[in-house]
Design a protein around this ligand. Structure first.
Ligand code: ATP
Ligand code: MG
Length: 527
C-alpha cells in the first residue's frame, strides 16, 4: 500500500525541524516557525469551520505581509485549492479570475476592502469574503476567525491528483490562463527547484523577497521555509530600501526581475555605501535581461548572479544559468553565455521545433517545446482546448522562441507572438532590444512589429533613455546599424519615459502597439 500525502504535511515538518528559529521578518515583526505553524493551522481550521470541502477554491488578494504567507500555507493545510489574485488587477479582472476558478472564498487585505461589497454580485460562486484587518458588513473578520479556531494541524489525507493550486499566467500575451497543479506536480516543482538551487539554501541563509509574495511564494518562499532559511519580506521593491535591508538583515539571497536589477545598479552607481558583503546569490528571471545589464551586474557584484527561465505552466525552473557561467572576460563563447538562460534542469527535456512541429537542428531558431519526466503534462484549469492545442506529440509548446548553441546552452530570442516578419525576413525582438540596450544612453528598449503596407511589418522600438541622456533616434539607428543586419534595424523609434509592465516585470507590448496604432503621426527613421 502507499500511505497518502497529508495536506500541508511538509509545512508542519518544517516547523518541527526549525521550531523557535525566525521564519519570517516583516518590518519590525519577526515570526518563528512555531508561530507560523500555529497561525496557519488556525487559518486552515477556520476555513474548514466554514464548511469548505477539499478542493474548494480559496482566492487570496493580499499585499506582502505575514498573512499573505499564512493564507497560502493555511489553504494548503485545509486541502483547499489556493489561487492568488494580482494586486494590480481591476475589479473586472478579479471577477474574471474568480469566476474562471469558481472560487468559494476570497481573502482580502485592507487595501482591497471596497471589493468586499462589489465582488459577491459579480461572482455567483462566492460564499465567503474574509477581511484581513478591516470590517465590512458582508465580510467575516479574519482575525476573529483565527482567534476562535483550533491550533492543531488538521492533517487531511489527499490523493496525488488533488488540485493544490491554480497558478494564473501573467497575461503578457492575452488573458491570464489558469494552470492546475496537482499535489504530485507541486511536489515535483519544489523538488526541481531544490535541485536547480543545488541545495544552496540552508539555515544560515536569509532571503529578501521584494516581489509580491502571493506570486513568488511557491518559487522561493517555500524552499526557504522548508530549508529553515529566514524570509525577509519587503512591502514593495525600492532600490534604496532594499540596499538598507540587505545590510540590516545580512541577506544572502535575492530574487529580482531585470528592471529591479537595473534600478539597484543605478542606486549603487549613485553612491550607496550599503554593506552588501553578506550577499551570496542574486537570482533573477521572469523576463529577458539584456547582456549589457548582466555585464554591468557581474562587474559590480562578481559571479553571484543566477538566472532562471521558467513559466507558470512548467515545473520550475526549466533552465538555469549558474553563477560560474556568468563570464564577462574570457573566450568569446564563454562571454556570449551572458545572453543565454542556461541548460535544461533535471527531469526536463527541451527541444526546438519548427513550423511543422519537426525538431530543428542545433543552432536553428524555433519554438521551445518542453517535457517533464515522471509527471503528467501541463494541465490548464478547465480549458481542455488550450491544453490540447499546446501539447502535441508529447511536447508542451511554450510559445517562446529560442535555440541551442553547440555546448547545450539555450538562448531565448522572443515569443512567437512577438516575432516580426519584415519584407519576408524574420526579426527576433530580443536581438534588436539587446543592440539598443548596448547604447550607453539607453536604459531599456522594447521592440515589436507594427503593420506596414509595403513591408508587412516594420520593426518598431520604444526606447527609454538613461537619466540625463540626450540620445536621438538617428544615433540609435546608427548604433544598431553597426551591430545588426539592415533589415533588423528599427524603422520606427519612439523615445519614452518608461515601458508599461505587468506585475511580473514583463513589458506589455500590446499596450505599446495599441498606443502606437492609435497615433496618426509615426516618427519614421530614414533607412
Ligand atoms: P501569458 O502566458 O499569460 O501571456 P506570461 O507568459 O508572461 O503570460 P508567465 O508564466 O508568468 O506568464 O511567464 C513565463 C514567460 O516569461 C516565459 O514563457 C518567458 O517568455 C518569460 N521568461 C521567464 N523567464 C525568462 C528568462 N529567464 N529570460 C527570458 N524570458 C523569460
Ligand atoms: Mg506564457
Amino acid at each position: 500500500m502507499t500511505y497518502p500525502r497529508i495536506a500541508g504535511g511538509r509545512l508542519t515538518w518544517a516547523a518541527v525541524q526549525h521550531g523557535a528559529r525566525p521564519a519570517l521578518i516583516h518590518g519590525d515583526q519577526t515570526f518563528s516557525f512555531d508561530e507560523i505553524e500555529a497561525r496557519t493551522n488556525r487559518f486552515a481550521n477556520a476555513l474548514l469551520g466554514l464548511g469548505l470541502a477539499p478542493g474548494d477554491r480559496v482566492a487570496v488578494l493580499l499585499n506582502n505581509c505575514v498573512d499573505s504567507v499564512v493564507a497560502v500555507f493555511g489553504a494548503e493545510k485545509a486541502a483547499q485549492t489556493y489561487l492568488a489574485l494580482n494586486a494590480r488587477h481591476t475589479l473586472p479582472e478579479h471577477a474574471a479570475i474568480l469566476n474562471d476558478s469558481q472560487a468559494s472564498t476570497v481573502v482580502l487585505g485592507p487595501e482591497f476592502a471596497a471589493l468586499a461589497g462589489e465582488l459577491p454580485a459579480l461572482v455567483p460562486s462566492l460564499r465567503h469574503v474574509l477581511g484581513v484587518g478591516f470590517k465590512a458588513p458582508n465580510a467575516l473578520d479574519y482575525h476573529d476567525l483565527l482567534g476562535a479556531a483550533e491550533v492543531r494541524a488538521p492533517r487531511i489525507p489527499i490523493p496525488d491528483d488533488h488540485i493544490e493550486r491554480i497558478g494564473y499566467t501573467s497575461g503578457t500575451t492575452g488573458k491570464p490562463k489558469g494552470v492546475a497543479y496537482t499535489a504530485l506536480r507541486w511536489q515535483q516543482r519544489l523538488d526541481n527547484q531544490f535541485h536547480a538551487m543545488e541545495y544552496a539554501l540552508g539555515v544560515d541563509d536569509a532571503m529578501l523577497h521584494v516581489g509580491p509574495l502571493t506570486h513568488a511564494a511557491g518559487v522561493y518562499l517555500l524552499p526557504c521555509y522548508l530549508r529553515g532559511a529566514r524570509s525577509v519580506v519587503a512591502d514593495r521593491f525600492d532600490a534604496a530600501a532594499m540596499l538598507r535591508d540587505i545590510e540590516r538583515h545580512r541577506i544572502t539571497q535575492l530574487m529580482l526581475v531585470p528592471t529591479m536589477l537595473s534600478r539597484v545598479l543605478d542606486a549603487l552607481d549613485a553612491g550607496s555605501n550599503a554593506d552588501l558583503s553578506s550577499l551570496r546569490i542574486i537570482n533573477y528571471g521572469t523576463a529577458p535581461a539584456s547582456v549589457e545589464l548582466l555585464r554591468r551586474a557581474v562587474k559590480r557584484f562578481g559571479p553571484i548572479l543566477r538566472q532562471q527561465y521558467g513559466m507558470t505552466e512548467a515545473v520550475q525552473p526549466l533552465a538555469v544559468l549558474y553563477p560560474h557561467e556568468h563570464v564577462i572576460e574570457g573566450a568569446p563563447q564563454e562571454t556570449a553565455r551572458l545572453g543565454s538562460c542556461g541548460k535544461p534542469t533535471v527531469n526536463v527535456s527541451i527541444t526546438i521545433r519548427g513550423a511543422d512541429d519537426q525538431e530543428l537542428p542545433q543552432g536553428e531558431i524555433g519554438e521551445i517545446a518542453i517535457a517533464h519526466h515522471g509527471i503528467g503534462a501541463v494541465q490548464f484549469w478547465r480549458q481542455p482546448q488550450i491544453t490540447a492545442a499546446s501539447i502535441r506529440g508529447g511536447w508542451y509548446y511554450t510559445g517562446d522562441l529560442g535555440y541551442f548553441d553547440a555546448e547545450g546552452y539555450m538562448y531565448i530570442v522572443g515569443r512567437n507572438k512577438d516575432m516580426i516578419i519584415s519584407g519576408g525576413f524574420n526579426v527576433y525582438a530580443r536581438e534588436v532590444e539587446d543592440a539598443l540596450a548596448s547604447c550607453p544612453g539607453v536604459l531599456e528598449a522594447a521592440v515589436m512589429g507594427v503593420p506596414d503596407p509595403e513591408w508587412g511589418e516594420l520593426v518598431a522600438a520604444f526606447v527609454v533613455p538613461r537619466e540625463g541622456s540626450r540620445v536621438t533616434p538617428e544615433e540609435l539607428t546608427a548604433h544598431c546599424g553597426a551591430r545588426i543586419a539592415g533589415y533588423k534595424k528599427p524603422r520606427v523609434i519612439r523615445l519614452v519615459k518608461e515601458l508599461p509592465r505587468n506585475h511580473s516585470g514583463k513589458v506589455t507590448k500590446h499596450v505599446l502597439r495599441d498606443a502606437f496604432l492609435q497615433e496618426t503621426e509615426a516618427a519614421k527613421v530614414p533607412a
